[in-house]
Design a protein around this ligand. Sequence first.
Ligand code: BGC
Length: 475
Amino acid sequence: MGTVIGKSGAVPPSSAGRVTPWLGVVLVVVLTAGALFGYDQGVISGALAGIKKAFSPSLLMVQVITSWVTLGALGGSLVAGELGEFLGRKRTVLVAAALFTAGAAVQYVASDTVMLVAGRLIVGAGVGMAAVAAPIYAAELAPARVRGRFVSGYQLAITIGIFLAYLVNGQLSAQGNWRLMLGAAAVPGLALFVVGLFAPESPRWLMLKNRRADAASELHKVEPDVAADERLLTIEQSLAKDDAHATHWGELFSKQWRRPLLVALGLAIFQQITGINAIIYYANQIFSAAGFATEAARASVTLWAIGGVNVVATFIAIAFIDHIGRRKLLLVGLVGMGLSLAVVGVAFEFISGSPASGTANATPSMAGVVTVGALVVFITCFAFSLGPVVWTVINEVFPAPLRSRGVALATAVNWGSAWLVSQFFLSLVTAIGSSLTFGLLALFCVAGWLWIYRAVPETKGLTLEQVQKLWSAKA
Ligand code: BGC
């Protein structure tokens, strides 16, 4: 996900004026895109059992089916930055919606695993594209005074999407109806497409294309009282300043911007290698090994212990991110994540089942209950720290002219890391056992803690321009 305020924080602060229902349309677009992203992340955890029955895939194929959404997302996020400049923000969201819908339909009718994987890749491309385009769209269209909430709303929508996916899994898993689980995303996908057709375009992008009259009319649609001339002039000035920096990909890698690049990429990687999506994707199988024998028991513990807790704990970040600060949330969250993963590792010493083989224990043992408790702590700590904070910081660290590409690159690296984890998690469990695998994830938390402590500065309360001064001060 990316929170891009154009190339520059280009939309100047607005006074508290009236807003129209068009702003609601913008919000619906952003929340639906986020929820679809989350739904497609979460739904596979419940669909796997039915897919296994239908196609008897190998362990490698199970991981491919699970994880290639992230490969598609990697590609989607890389092209989204360029597409957003070329087609416009709104039309990029429309392309993402079309991909969501098409991918869901392909999965629904898949006659073999190859077709299923193709559908997963298409959906993934939509997820990656939405992850970059929707927050840019939100940030550029929301009046400044609600921009932060709009963009945090996107992460919240992701967690709600995951929750909804688990809910659908619970309803449909008894019949093993994986087709409906995966295909259901076509409905909101189509809805997003239709709402998106009528949604306003970003005035900043219209100005970039020298369409001043259209920019003024879109601006007035959302904020009827705004002094459009003044606002458009500021956008124009900031675009002119950005142009002077003649942006190209190479500049992102210049020595001058090494620190913000490393901060963004490091955070993107640590968010994933500490295991969040191993838990999101394979929750059902972990709980199966931990002794939740029936599909219904697994579905409800996944729904509430993972999905529900993830939504609720995200509010903690929304409430505190601007008070407690980014660094403290990250550091405290990582301590909780590391400790809880270590506890899961130890608990699996007492559990004979394995998430990789799908072996289930008949009843939850003490160790099984401890595992659930520890995973609740893990999800809580992720949701108030690495989940939203990483995306916030990634979007704060780049200088204005490099932000769009920097965020797209960090998003792609984030998806690449997510792919690595979800692709190899079960293989690792088979090779070294559950305990050592969770132990390894805990070690990554320690490494992440040490690196963040050294490398990530506090950006709370700073303007984006002040953030840039941090790099020159320490260069
Ligand atoms: C991460 C996703 C993850 C989600 C879970 C996001 O911040 O980027 O990979 O699945 O949080 O809530």
